[in-house]
Ligand binder design. Structure first.
Ligand code: PLP
Length: 383
């Protein structure tokens, strides 16, 4: 698709996002912008609640859960039976990790660039004999595959790491990591929160055993809902000990005396989902599918390169992957006082974020090169 068409894409969809009436929004890796569709969906949720009360479960709420699971399955080319819902990535991890036997394989390999919640689950299990290995990043951008090679051994139960590092936006070759894990008999879990919705993701192609994501960032769905993919063959083999009634085979039998878990990925589900978010997430996923992830990737890749170029020519340093193909739309611009810089951006009407030592800008398909230009202009003091 030519560049001009990709530009029209932003023009066409921007009116869906009222935030742009009053601001330039460049923080989708924290929270995707609220679309009119998601807002309308929220209204429909409230109307149904008003009209039907709990009967709404059977009118649309259970269907909404199914629609969202299906839309997520389609997004990552997985089967419906391989996907499940959770309240957060942290909750999904609690249930998945509870199913893994660390007795003969106590080692878990993660990295210092992964989101802390991923690593915390294993640090917390140290007293149960789990041996977490937190790989260092030599350049602060990514972790070389050789470091995984050296760390994964026959005592490793799991390799848990990111597809896109939230810290640097670098895209990790997760297929290569999964192959290394499997070669030593370990499982591989990928935190794909920062990749799904901005990059094409095919869970089976990547060869991972578990993939986690959530609605609120690139999938434009709001807070309170995460997604799990569990490779089909593992759904029967792994039995969680952190469980809930949504994971029970016959959920509505209400038999507290018998626990029989479902045979699919939903055995990892816990309790009642955030129904308002099912509505906003269903609309968000619909929008992402409508635009198309391939197109989104092309658009955000071009916005990312534009940001890098503008930042560098303004004399700023960008922290990220040296190869453009390994860059995602999380652009870290080094700064001595990023908090103050983000406040100055906000005063100038640009919503951004920061992490230690860097301002973080993350354009989605609704952004334009003018947004980038404005942000860089303010950052160098011209705003
Ligand atoms: C890459 C990544 N993983 C996990 C999380 C946390 O997920 P949750 O709050 O759903 O546990 C975040 C939150 O920003 C994140 O960026």
């Amino acid at each position: 698709m030519p560049e001009a068409d990709l530009f029209e894409l932003a023009e066409r969809y921007r009116p869906e996002f009222p935030i742009f009436r009053s601001a330039i929004y460049l923080n989708s890796c924290s929270l995707g912008a609220l679309s009119q569709r998601s807002r309308a969906a929220l209204e429909r949720f409230a109307d149904l609640w008003d009209r039907s009360g709990a009967a709404a479960w059977y009118q649309d709420w259970l269907d909404a859960a199914r629609d969202v699971r299906l839309a997520f399955a389609r997004l990552i080319s997985a089967g419906e039976q391989e996907t499940a819902l959770a309240a957060s990535i942290s909750a999904a991890l609690a249930s998945i990790v509870s199913a893994i036997d660390f007795d003969t394989r106590p080692r878990v390999v993660t990295t210092e660039l992964d989101f802390p919640t991923v690593v915390y689950h294993f640090l917390a299990r140290r007293r149960l004999g789990v041996e977490p290995v937190v790989l260092k990043s030599p350049d602060g951008v990514s972790v070389p595959i050789e470091a995984f090679d050296a760390a994964i051994d026959e005592r490793t139960a799991l390799v848990a790491t990111s597809h896109v590092y939230y810290t640097t936006g670098a895209i990790q070759d997760i297929g290569a990591v999964a192959r290394r894990a499997h070669a030593k008999g370990a499982l591989c879990l990928v935190d794909a929160y920062q990749s799904t919705g901005q990059l094409p993701v095919d869970a089976r192609d990547l060869g991972v055993d578990f993939l986690l994501s959530g609605a609120l960032k690139w999938l434009l769905g709001g807070q309170g809902l995460a997604f799990m993919y569990v490779r089909h063959e593992l759904c029967q083999r792994l039995t969680p000990t952190t469980v809930g009634w949504f994971g029970a085979e016959d959920q509505f039998a209400f038999d507290a005396g018998v626990l029989r878990l479902r045979g699919d990925a939903r055995r990892f589900e816990l309790g009642t989902p955030a129904v308002p978010t099912l509505y906003t997430a269903r609309a968000g996923l619909e929008l992402v599918h409508e635009v198309g992830v391939e197109r989104i990737r092309r658009r955000v890749a071009s916005l990312t390169e534009d940001l890098w170029r503008r930042a560098r020519s303004a004399g700023l340093r960008v922290r990220g992957a040296s190869e453009p193909e390994a860059r995602s739309a999380i652009v870290m611009i080094e700064h001595t006082d990023p908090g103050a810089a983000v406040r100055r951006l906000a005063e100038a009407g640009v919503i951004a974020d920061y992490r230690p030592g860097a301002v973080r800008l993350s354009p989605h398909f609704y952004n334009t090169t003018e947004d980038n230009a404005r942000a860089i202009d303010v950052l160098v003091g011209g705003g």
